[in-house]
Design a protein around this ligand. Sequence first.
Ligand code: ATP
Ligand code: SF4
Ligand code: MG
Length: 336
Amino acid sequence: MVNNAWPLLEVDELRVSFPLSGGNPFSWNRPRIQAVNGVSLRIHPGETLGLVGESGSGKSTLGRAILQLEKSTGGSVRFDGRNITHGLSSDIARLRQQTAMIFQDPFSSLNPRQTIGAGIAEVLRVHHKVPPAAIAARVAELLTLVGLQPAQADKRPGALSGGQCQRAGIARALALEPRLMVADECVAALDVSIQGQIINLLMDLRERMGLAILFIAHDLAIVRRLCDRVAVMYLGRIVEEGPVEQVFRLPRHPYTAALVAAIPEINPDLPLPADPLAGEPPSPIAIPPGCAFHPRCRYARPSCRTGSTPDTRLVADHAFACVLDRNTGEADLPFE
Ligand SMILES: Nc1ncnc2c1ncn2[C@@H]1O[C@H](COP(=O)(O)OP(=O)(O)OP(=O)(O)O)[C@@H](O)[C@H]1O
Ligand code: SF4
Ligand SMILES: [Mg+2]
C-alpha cells in the first residue's frame, strides 16, 4: 500500500563514519570508515522501502542511524515532520515511542529468562500503552495478531522455534504501536516456508495498521514481493531508488543490473552473465574518486574515474546516480 501523504520519514544527506580501530586515537587525521556517506530517502505512511546492497554497504548502519541507535556525523533525519538529528529530546522520545526494529536473529532480541508474554507486557507497561488491568488481554491479542497462540505467552524463547521467536519479536515490536519499523534481515535466518509466513504477516500489518517499513535484505526476490520501492546501496551511498518493479525490470545503474542479474527468479528467461559482479567492493576507508563503482564497472568512462560522484538523475520517480543513458543504447544493460 502506498500512501501519497506527507513523508513519515525524511532522511537528508545522512552520514555516519567510524574511527578505524588501531592507530593514535588522538590523531586529527585518523582514518575513518565512511559507512553511510550522504544518504537521502523518504518513506511514506504504509509504504515499504527495501534496502539492498552487498555486505558492508552500510544498510544496518543506516537503519540504526535513522532510529538514532547510531550517532550520525552529518545530515538530518526528520520523523513525522520533526527534525530528530538536532531536535528536542521530546521529539527523540516520540521517535523511540513510534518506531521499532526487528533483527535477523530472533533469539538475540528476546530475553532468554523472560517468557514472551512477560516481554510484551513489559513494553506495554513501560510505554503506558494500556491500563494495567488490560495488559494480559492485549498480550493475547498481539500474540494472535502474529499467528501465535495466547497460551504461548508462558513460553520462554528457548522453548520456541526460530519462526515462532521471530513472531514473538514482531509482537513485542508491535506492542509499541509503531508507525515505522526497521526490519534488518529479519527473515534471513528462517526456513523458506517460515520466511513466507513472516512476509505475509508484514504485508498484512502494513495493510491493517498503515505501518511504514524499511526492509533491509539481501534477498531480492523477497524485496520484490514485499516492497513498494527499493533503494540500492553501494559503499555508503544510494545509487538507485525507485518503484520496485521498475528498478528490477529496468535497472538504470550497472550495479543494480548486476545484482538483479544474479537472481534467476527475477528473470528466469535470461541466461545468467558469467560474472555479473566482478571483484569485491573497495574498502569504505578509501572510497574511489568519481563513481565509487568504477573499478568494477564495465561501462566506466574516463570521467567516471575522477572528480565527484555522478549527479543523481530522475526519470519520473526513478532516481539513479550514473552517467549512462539506457535510452540511447550506449549501454547494453539487461532487462530492457
Ligand atoms: N560499530 C562499528 N565500528 C566500526 N565500523 C563499523 C561499525 N559498524 C559498522 N562498521 C563498518 O561500517 C561498514 C558498513 O557496515 P554495515 O553493518 O552497516 O553494513 P551492511 O550493509 O549492514 O552489511 P551486512 O549486509 O553484512 O549486514 C562496514 O565496513 C562495517 O565494517
Ligand atoms: S557512473 Fe560510470 S562507473 Fe559509475 S556506474 Fe555509471 S558508467 Fe559505471
Ligand atoms: Mg547489516
